[in-house]
Ligand binder design. Structure first.
Ligand code: HSE
Length: 331
């Protein structure tokens, strides 16, 4: 399997490292290794039909800030410059237009390549179009890491809970907001908590997407389309973020033994992101940067999962599981 990685920030580099760390696993399971034949960052690229050395590429990016010698302006031309089977699209997300991620994913699917992405913008804006394109071109298209990072949710609902009627998913799907709200529970001001979340690398490049609830809304759209078979887009979500939550509101909630948490909810009828009062001790009263989801099904009842919603190795773990699923089907 020849891979092209678009986006060589934290997640792209984390994935390269994870691939390297799983060499023995791939050898044992398939008798062969996936090779990275191309990598591009926002300005430069490197390609090699025989395979690039993942760790050398991470090292190079770390020291020079560039993944390759060659600069580009048209990512599609770069993709077409080498023979690959599967695109790993992890470039920074653009939730207004889908950005270069949408262009890359569309082009890869149109040219018959399998795609794994954690890029939320393209999925939240053009989900059904991309699914149709993948189907028309007989491509595998997976995106587990786009919701909840390392926390299994999409494949859990679609594969492990297969045959169930999934009635609702409610959860905390943004670590930045949960971190801020948890700090506010302890009396820390909003701005200071946000700065800390940015320093920890959790917040999006533009943290407005986190605190206004847009990032959670993208995830709600992805769940609605992939798990509930709905045909919705970002503009269909009723969104309220956490920017208007005051210290007084937090104290008032605490006096009633409650906390305020930003909850994303999807069901057959609901599509909403809003701050909610959650009783202390309830699973959704989670503290810190973790994500959590409560899935309610007709047979299994409630199923709750929690895990790290972002991070280098963590998000790469979701890409790895998608890659193995595809390799199981292809090899
Ligand atoms: N900014 C996101 C968060 C990263 O805080 O959860 C993962 O999508």
């Amino acid at each position: 399997m020849r891979l092209f990685i678009c986006g060589f920030g934290t997640v792209g580099q984390g994935f390269a490292e994870v691939l390297e760390s799983r060499k023995a696993f791939f050898e044992q399971r398939y008798g062969t290794q996936p090779v990275i034949v191309g990598i591009m960052d926002s300005k430069t690229y490197a390609v090699d039909e025989k395979g690039l050395d993942p760790l050398a590429m991470v090292e190079r990016k770390g020291t020079t800030r560039k993944v390759g010698d060659r600069e580009y302006t048209d990512s599609v031309k770069v993709l077409d410059s080498v023979d690959y089977d599967l695109l790993v699209e992890v470039s920074p997300t653009d939730i207004k237009t889908g950005g270069v991620g949408l262009i890359n994913i569309t082009h890869a699917l149109e040219t018959g390549k399998d795609v794994i992405t954690v890029n939320k913008g393209p999925l939240a804006l053009k989900f059904q179009e991309l699914i149709a394109l993948a189907k028309a071109n007989r491509c595998k298209f997976r995106f587990e890491g786009s919701v909840g990072g390392a926390m299994p949710i999409i494949n859990l609902c679609r594969e492990n809970l297969m045959g169930e009627e999934i009635q609702s998913v409610r959860g905390i799907l943004n670590g930045t907001c949960n971190f801020i709200l948890s700090k506010m529970d302890k009396g820390q001001p909003f701005e200071q908590a946000l700065r800390e979340a940015q320093e920890m690398g959790y917040a999006e490049t533009d943290p407005t997407n986190d605190i206004e609830g847009y990032d959670t809304a993208c995830k709600v759209v992805i769940l609605a389309n992939s798990v509930f078979g709905r045909n919705v887009t970002f503009s269909d979500v009723k969104i309220t973020g956490i920017t208007s939550i005051t210290e007084e509101a937090i104290s008032m909630a605490a006096s009633r033994n409650m906390v305020i948490r930003l909850i994303g909810e999807v069901s057959e009828t609901a599509l909403e992101v809003s701050p909610r009062l959650i009783p202390k001790g309830h699973p959704l009263a989670l503290t810190g940067t973790l994500n959590i989801a409560q899935i309610t099904t007709d047979l299994a009842g409630p199923v709750t999962v929690s895990g790290r919603g972002a991070g280098r190795k963590e998000t790469a773990s979701a890409i790895l599981s998608d890659l193995i699923s595809i390799m199981d089907e292809r090899l």
